[in-house]
Design a protein around this ligand. Sequence first.
Ligand code: CA
Length: 450
Amino acid sequence: MHRRTFLKTAAAATAMPLAAATTRRPNIIVILADDLGFADVGFEGAKDIPTPYIDRLARNGLRFTNACVSHPFCSPTRAGLMTGRYQHRFGHENNPKYDPNDQVAGLPAGEITIANVLSDAGYVTGQIGKWHLGAAPKFHPLKRGFQEQFGFIGGGHDYFKADLDHPNAREYMIPIERNGQPVAESEYLTDAFTREACSFVGRHAKDPFFLYLAYNAPHTPLQAPRAYLDRVSDIKDPIRRSYAAMICALDDGVGRLAAMLEVLKLENDTLIFFLSDNGGPTPVTHADNHPFRGYKGQVYEGGIHVPFVMKWPGQLPAGETYGSPIISLDIFSTAAAVAGAQVPGDRIIDGVNLMPHITGKGSQPPHDKLYWRTGGGQSFAVRQGNWKLVKIGNRTELYDLEADVGESKDAATTQPEILQRLETARQSWHRQMIPPLFESPEPAPAKKKN
Ligand code: CA
């Protein structure tokens, strides 16, 4: 019953365009790619990897030119995305080891997820793909607000095989699960996730639904079927060719899901987010983060600045760009607002409802400052307007991202006042965060991180 009620809360009334207040609440789909290089989609400059369906999403939606994730690698970004909070507030700053007996390494039980919030508001919630927020049963998606689940619990997976000898299988060979139960899966994993996403949407066409579609593509292992490899046969480098083929599968998935929404006439009722969970790990997969410096694991733009699109026909501008800095934490607050859902009032939510900003109703940028921290303090970044402080160990750098998007001209010595302002902000924010609750299983090089 209350799934179809009109929006009533004050928060929703101010968040929603007038026209939408008298129609059904939108479905919400978050499509998260894994380790996708910034320039490895056509709409951000890829020349050698065809991504026609992702590009169409960008063309029909709003492209964010200063969108970052809250961490330069997998699990912490997901923890932030799920909660709308800097994951450092609750110690989720590393990748959890895959260990079903580990009761600590995972999204802390006291955190409230976007799936909790939307589920409470009457949405049907589904999680498909990679989870990577803890392997113990208490961390399972079905315990974190999702009503349906299909995928794997660890940080990555073989794309062709699984070992049904659960739970002793290695992380990347654990059984694929449907609603917590191991199932045999014979399709290429990316295609299987697309199949399940289309099925979820089809089964819930009459409900407001929230689908968190977390592809592990194009994360390692670099594996792709011949049909996708053939599409990128012009790429001579075999590593990049495999990586590119995996992106083709991801792109097909985006296309098939869009076609499903079209068939069901749900396009105008569905808000889609598309992004990557971190920058491409260039040394490993030969991903391209051009024009940015660095890669996955680093707080330079190459590690955190991602392709980001929001599409909601009739409610958001199509084919335009939005340039103020935003962060993946905003997905939580935006999704809750358009759903008319109540966000937790007992804690700090760092995400911002983007709707008034991107529809022109809010004149201020969504954020004054944005922050990053890895390893409890090994590296930091702070962004305010065009300026970005980067602190790695004892070295502090300053960049003007407007003039120097590649972070090549350190202005720390020429702009001491700006440096000091951002450094003071960094220290203040750092003091509000807690140390990591658990360590990554392999804390060493970025290329080993999931
Ligand atoms: Ca990742």
